[in-house]
Design a protein around this ligand. Structure first.
Ligand SMILES: [Zn+2]
Length: 171
């Protein structure tokens, strides 16, 4: 995943203290993740890497917009997202991680943070999202259309049911 190379932090070579990075996250980023629910976005991630003697503190400040589909009118809109998440990195004899701590081997040269950025942007997107979240209104024409479709599909299912009943009677 060369496209994600610039998310690699050369952790062992950096001096102790705070190191800050700004990442612009867009369409290209999400294309690197197979099956991504987010296709397009315009998000900035202010990433802080705090190197301490026996642990690292990673902070991700996420701000921007994600292209989402409105759950009410089914039209695309730009959903504002804003979140701040932290992770701790500690050292162990094997690599593993739990919810808030990543364990890496002592002497690990670099750490790629793309996957964490991906996960945190996804976490910042609510399960239900509508134009309301962007302070916008749904298209009234579209809502009317969806209502009509719903009524029609209910009619369809009852007519299928009726014809099935008809078949049973013939047998
Ligand atoms: Zn809507």
């Amino acid at each position: 995943m060369e496209a994600l190379d610039h998310f690699t932090i050369p952790v062992s070579g950096l001096s102790d203290g705070l190191h800050e990075y700004d990442f612009s996250i867009g369409k290209d980023f999400f294309q690197q993740f197979e099956g991504s629910l987010i296709e397009d976005a315009d998000v900035t991630v202010h990433f802080s890497f705090d190197k301490r003697t026996d642990l690292y503190v990673l902070t991700f400040e996420i701000e921007g917009e994600v292209k989402a589909t409105c759950d009410r009118c089914l039209e695309d809109f730009n959903l504002p997202v804003e979140d701040e998440q932290s992770l701790l990195v500690k050292f162990d004899e094997t690599e593993w991680e739990d919810a808030d701590v990543i364990y890496i081997l002592q002497g690990t040269q670099s750490l790629n943070v793309a996957r964490y950025i991906y996960e945190f942007i996804n976490l910042a997107v609510p399960i239900t999202k509508t134009h309301d979240d962007a302070g916008e209104s749904c298209d009234p024409e579209m809502l009317k259309f969806i209502e009509q479709e719903k009524d029609e599909s209910q009619d369809d299912s009852s007519s299928i049911w009726d014809s099935l009943k008809g078949l049973n009677l013939e047998n």
